[in-house]
Design a protein around this ligand. Structure first.
Ligand SMILES: Cc1ncc(COP(=O)(O)O)c(C=O)c1O
Length: 385
């Protein structure tokens, strides 16, 4: 793979690049500017050349590819029956909240957090209950006593856990996850564990699937995952919703039927198989490239832009930037970089109240583009001084 190739993405209907008119570098939206593994590309070409894109179903090889991935990467055994489908994690969470809550119930999240979680809760007229993360010594921790308090409210029905965490980049330890599991089990709170970034973990860290940290949690939790982030195939819209609890799983499948969502995209099955069966080596190469990009950005900020403090992620291709020393916040901060640096970040305030003075930066791009971006950021931070 030539990770340094700057592949043109404008005029390809990319959400990220359509939102970036001339000259703007989009460092928003968590997809990558890298081409997929050759094995995935080949599978897509083969499917395209077949020329018939009728209704599609799942096959045994699809399930085996998923089961094999979890066994190899996380030493986790998955039963085929647990595996359900969703065109995306967010639609999956919406369907699950329909089944697990009624209006007025409490859903716990840990801000600053991936903000579409908030709409899923609003969509079901539930209350967003914040178990805010604690920002201390340049990193983030969970507040367990607050979680215990929030979970013990009889209205608390679900916690949406982001593991690894977007945007702060924490890979939760086995101990942290087992404490979350224990608290939620004690108070009968379901956990929807969004593990979409579980493969994008940097050296020295290990992702623990929630199901592996507590013997009883499987019956009270749902695990959401996908090849989308790992292999840059979000547009294939083929996500995995693992539901070991039989009763909930049957209800979930009825919901899929009710909304006509039970069938995958014609390219999704081939894409998933090619990713999980044959592209693991590509992921290893990607992680090396991303880690280099990450180190480059961290060094650059430290040496040339000390006014912005990047929170070092343990996972994800996203960096959470603490811009509080710039004296700007909210939309003003976002617009400043958009207009002055021509960089489009994700707005920090959308992730929660504590994100007001933050921006989220996507570093999954060729180094050349990253070098231009950090220079532009430096140039416009100098003007603030
Ligand atoms: C933690 C997390 N969950 C879910 C999603 C979106 O998932 P989907 O596009 O499958 O709905 C993202 C995308 O950035 C994400 O970061």
């Amino acid at each position: 793979m030539n990770w340094n190739d700057c592949i043109e993405r404008t005029h390809t209907h990319s959400v990220k690049w359509s939102a970036a008119p001339d000259e703007i570098i989009p460092m928003c939206i968590a997809d990558m500017d890298f081409q997929v593994a050759p094995e995935i590309l080949e599978a897509m070409k083969k499917k395209a050349e077949h020329g018939i894109y009728g209704y599609t179903t799942f096959c045994d090889r699809y399930y085996r590819s998923i089961i094999g991935w979890w066994k190899r990467r996380f030493d986790m055994d998955i039963d085929k029956e647990w595996i359900s489908f969703s065109p995306g994690i967010i639609p999956g969470i919406n369907l699950l909240l329909q089944l697990l809550t009624k209006p007025g119930d409490h859903v716990i999240v840990q801000e600053p957090v991936y903000y579409p979680f908030y709409s899923t809760i609003d969509n079901h007229q539930c209350n967003i209950v914040q178990n805010s993360l604690i920002y201390k010594n340049g990193t983030y921790e969970m507040d367990f006593s607050d979680l215990e308090k929030k979970a013990s409210d009889p209205k608390a029905k679900v916690m949406i856990l982001c593991s690894p965490h977007n945007p702060v980049g924490r890979v939760w330890t086995e101990d942290e996850l087992s404490r979350v599991a224990e608290i939620c089990l004690k108070h009968d709170v379901w956990i929807i564990s969004d593990e979409m970034h579980g493969d994008l973990v940097y050296k020295g860290n290990r992702h623990y699937p929630l199901f592996s940290v507590h013997p009883e949690i499987k019956n009270r939790a749902i695990l959401c995952a996908a090849p989308s982030k790992t292999f840059n195939v979000a547009g294939l819209q083929t996500s995995i919703i693992m539901i070991p609890n039989k009763e909930l799983r049957e209800k979930y499948q009825q919901k899929l039927f009710q909304y006509g969502l039970m069938r995958p995209n014609a390219f999704g099955v081939e894409g998933t198989i090619a990713a999980y069966e044959s592209s693991e080596y590509w992921l290893e190469e990607l992680l090396v490239y991303l880690e280099d990009n990450l180190q480059y950005v961290l060094d650059y900020f430290q040496t040339h832009i000390p006014e912005i403090i990047p929170i070092q992620p343990e996972a994800t291709h996203l960096i959470w930037l603490d811009c509080s020393k710039l004296g700007m916040s909210g939309e003003q901060l976002f617009q400043y970089f958009l207009k002055e640096a021509k960089i489009k970040f994700d707005e920090g305030y959308k992730f929660g109240d504590s994100g007001q003075a933050f921006l989220r930066m996507n570093i999954a791009c060729p180094r050349e583009r990253l070098e231009i971006a950090v220079k532009r950021i430096q140039g416009c931070v100098i003007k603030v001084k």
